[in-house]
Structures are given as structure tokens and as C-alpha cells.
Design a protein around this ligand. Sequence first.
Ligand code: THU
Length: 127
Amino acid sequence: MTKDLNNLLEVAREAAKQAYAPYSGYHVGSAVKCTDGSVYSACNVENASYSLSICAERAAIFKALSEGKRDFTAIAIYVDSDKIFPPCGACRQVIYEFSPKITVVYANHDETIETTIAELLPGAFGL
Ligand code: THU
């Protein structure tokens, strides 16, 4: 993995510290890198009405979009858990919408996996 991706993962790891996850206990952080070099990070935010919760990846992308960014080169996701998990299906679709060629890195404390959205979401839906 490149130094740049490693730095992005470190930002995601920091963001996981802000997670509001009293229901699942999974503290997730994400950081997205824009083509202009800027980075936006976010954490998962849960709600007592469970389905209103938002994943860290979507929160990070929506934050960047809200600042006018539209193109991303990489997204990192860190979960503070013994279990490692890739982005959920909903997040894959949102990631794909803006950057069909984006690099995706996901990790926990002892494993890091580097892949692409093309690999995670083959045959993606797009208009
Ligand atoms: N979560 C994420 O933040 N990203 C994912 O891709 C999968 C799941 C969060 C949502 C919820 O707060 C917790 O992890 C358990 O599903």
C-alpha cells in the first residue's frame, strides 16, 4: 500500500474515535480523498430508530459533496474491532456514483485490504 493510502487510513482511524455507536458497538471511521488532494473524514452515527443510522463512508462522502467536491481517488474505512468488514452494499452504490474507479482500503487493527469499487460492486447500476 502507498504512503498516501496509509495516511488516509490513519485519518479514518482517527475519525472512528468520534463514532456514535451505542447500539452496535462498532466504531467506524472513513476518510475520502478528492482529486484536488483534499480529505474529508467522518464516523458512523447511529440512532435509537436503528434504520436512521448512517455509515461512516457515506457520511464522509456526503461531507465532501456538501463542500462541492465530486471526484474522489480513494476511500479508507477503519473499524475498531476484531472483525474486519468491507463497505456495505448501500455505501458501495454511493461510492460508485461519484468515482467508479476509486480505490477502497478497509482495515481493522490487524488487517488491511486494498481493493477497488469495481471489484466490490461488479455490474454496478449507474445512469
Ligand atoms: N457501518 C459502517 O459505518 N460502514 C459500513 O460499511 C458497514 C456498517 C456501521 C453502521 C452501524 O453503525 C454499524 O457499523 C453496524 O452496522
